[in-house]
Design a protein around this ligand. Structure first.
Ligand SMILES: *[C@@H]1O[C@H](CO)[C@@H](O)[C@H](O)[C@H]1NC(C)=O
Length: 197
């Protein structure tokens, strides 16, 4: 390898400059959080805005194509609603499958816990509620998650009650170096501004 590099020094140097700094600086983050979607009763966090005109949905009893819900769901560290709060999932989902039980989700997780306090992760995608595991896209983020990419594995963990669904979200994000390295204090924010392109 060393001799090949000597022979093709310019090629090796170019490859190293093009790939090594970016690979070394980007950061892989895995976060597991639980989302509490409470559609009625005490502590409701999900409110239906639009009721689809019908007819009744063929695979979701009581629902209609176009039903749209706005959410401000609690995010917790464990599946229990009383476990440590780590943020809120704010956004909406719409029943966008004519026949399939498919929700199109658009939400931003505003994190309030630990190192990620003040940072957000935006998630968009297709939630086929009949599938055990759904994959949604990480579409971006702010703060420690600026320019984040990759995906979220989305599972229904349990039904706490008829109106309280607990979802398990495994967030896998790749964050480019400058944003990932930024501390959350005032000095860190200044350095993020300075290193932005
Ligand atoms: C998160 O940041 C806010 C605003 O800076 C602060 O008031 C709060 O105490 C922080 N929470 C945690 C858990 O660090």
């Amino acid at each position: 390898m060393a001799s090949a590099c000597r022979l093709m020094f310019l090629v090796c140097l170019t490859v190293a400059l093009a790939t090594a700094p970016a690979a070394a600086r980007s950061k892989q983050v895995h976060l597991r959080v639980y989302m509490h979607d409470i559609t009625g009763g005490l502590g409701q966090t999900a409110v239906q805005l639009v009721k689809g005109p019908g007819p009744a949905h063929p695979s979701m009893p009581g629902a209609h194509f176009g039903d749209t819900t706005v959410i401000d769901d609690a995010l917790t560290e464990g599946p229990d609603a009383a476990s440590r709060a780590v943020g809120r999932a704010q956004g909406s989902y719409m029943l966008a499958g004519l026949r399939e039980p498919v929700l199109i989700v658009s939400m931003t997780a505003a994190l309030t816990g630990g190192a990620y306090n003040g940072s957000t992760i935006s998630v968009v995608g297709r939630d086929d509620v009949s599938a055990a595991v759904r994959e949604l896209a990480v579409s971006g983020g702010t703060g420690a998650f600026r320019k984040a990419t990759r995906h979220v594995l989305w599972r229904t963990a349990r039904m706490e009650s008829r109106d309280h669904m607990v979802l398990e979200l495994d967030v896998y994000a790749t964050v480019p170096g400058a944003a990932a390295a930024a501390p959350s204090d005032g000095q860190g924010r200044a350095s993020v501004l300075n290193t932005d392109e």
